[in-house]
Design a protein around this ligand. Structure first.
Ligand code: AMX
Length: 393
């Protein structure tokens, strides 16, 4: 399906060379123009939802009003708390999140209104209401999973006066303002990547059956959980660990790095964090994180390692001659920022991606229903039928 233009997505467009633009704005433009959290240089992720939904950059007070709206809707239904407290702790955090989001559809205002009889022109209002509810609840569900699996199972209450990322950081148990700023950047840059990527497309597809936003986004999360998509951020960390084991005490030289990368390439299918189905240059989401690291953690040993890999891996992939894009994507960098600030459990990384990606996919879902887009149902053929048709012509 690469290159087949068959989807309408209002929220963002991905250019192979320039990268993602949210409603026409590049990421560097957005990091500059979006309203910032109080006392921070990083934008408020809630302002991204506003922008993706309306096409307009909100003022600080509009973004602040959205922060309050999200905080006021954050409580989880009792049965979700019970579900998350009883789910096996060794189930992957993404499966836990997906199960929780699926079960949250008990709360769907769209499903309830649809069951009673709802005019098609009204669908989007209920989808919007459900989407705001779901975005509000995701950080609490994600933090419960984190605290249950990796910490003591205790979680703080949401603070109604704080913004989305600040609340998320403290629910996770982090009080370092540096972590919160990194999380703001993370939530902003992972929010949307036009309509054809697996998580966005799946959410759109399942939503086209008029499954409610909880069911549609849970399906998107299951796609995000694949190693070629969102799970790549976890895979990168595991790959870096293997790399470090092979490196041992040897000094990091380009020659040594190259030797180890080639060795790992023999045993692994791909170098995680490199390549992309659409992009043909370094992902600007990678570059934003690199700039953040240069500013805030220039001496971090993982950052140094990731930087030298950036100098070595593209040449290796180009020489191998398979990957259409030898450059790093967003996932090559995110894990080492999280490691630096103490979120050291790679299994949890895709859950953070899942919280962020809700901002774009759910804004899109609202537009799908507002535009009255139909059920998605492409035609398929059997091989036998294809052979028959190719002979005939
Ligand atoms: N390392 C080694 N080989 C790679 C490679 C990589 N990073 N990226 C692509 N290739 C190989 C493919 O496996 C394929 O080989 P094959 O013909 O033997 O099957 C060949 O190059 C052609 O692939 P492509 O057309 O360039 O890529 P694609 O559009 O099929 O897939 C992607 C894109 C991202 C899945 C692929 O580059 C990849 O697997 N990268 C590593 C995983 C990763 O980082 N995923 C995250 C992407 C961003 C995201 O969604 N979060």
């Amino acid at each position: 399906m690469r290159g087949v233009k068959c989807l309408v997505t209002e929220t963002s467009v991905l250019d192979p060379l320039e990268g993602i633009r949210y409603r026409g704005y590049s990421l560097p433009e957005l990091l500059n123009k979006l309203p910032k959290a109080k006392g921070s240089a990083q934008p408020l992720p809630e302002s991204v939802f506003w922008l993706l939904l309306t096409g307009e950059i909100p003022s600080f007070s509009q973004a602040e009003a959205l922060s309050k709206e999200f905080a006021s809707r954050a409580d989880l239904p009792a049965h979700i708390v019970q579900l998350l407290n009883n789910i096996p702790a060794d189930l992957h955090p993404m499966s836990q999140l997906s199960a929780a989001v699926t079960a949250m559809n008990s709360e769907s205002k769209f499903a309830k209104a649809y069951a009673k009889g709802l005019k098609k022109s009204e669908y989007w209002r209920y989808v919007l209401d459900d989407s705001i509810d779901l975005i509000s609840k995701l950080p609490v569900a994600a933090a419960m999973i984190y605290r249950n699996v990796f910490k003591d199972g205790k979680i703080k209450a949401v603070d109604y006066s704080e913004d989305y990322a600040q609340n998320f950081a403290s629910l996770l148990g982090f009080d370092d303002p540096g972590f919160t700023d990194m999380l703001r950047l993370y939530l902003v840059i992972h929010a949307d990547h036009e309509g054809g990527n697996v998580s966005a497309h799946t959410t759109h597809l399942v939503g086209s059956a008029l499954s409610d936003p909880y069911l549609a986004y849970a399906a998107g999360l299951n796609g995000l959980a694949g190693p070629l998509h969102g799970l790549a951020n976890q895979q990168v960390l595991l790959w870096l660990e293997k790399f470090k084991k092979l490196l041992g005490d040897s000094p990091i030289t380009k020659e040594k790095v190259s030797e180890i990368v080639l060795k790992l390439l023999e045993s692994e299918n791909v170098i995680p964090g490199y390549g992309h189905a659409v992009l043909r240059r370094t992902d600007p989401r990678y570059l934003c994180q690199r700039e953040f690291a240069h500013k805030h953690l220039p001496d971090d040993s993982n950052f140094k390692l990731v930087s030298i890999l950036y100098e070595v891996v593209p040449d290796i992939l180009e020489r191998q001659g398979k990957a259409r894009n030898p450059w790093p994507n967003v996932d090559a960098h995110s894990g080492i920022l999280l490691q630096h600030y103490g979120l050291t459990e790679p299994n949890f990384y895709t859950v953070l991606f899942g919280v962020s990606r809700s901002l774009g996919t759910l804004a899109s879902l609202v537009w799908d229903r507002a535009l009255g887009l139909p059920l998605e149902r492409p035609k398929s053929l059997s091989t036998e039928k294809l052979k028959y048709l190719s002979k005939k012509h």
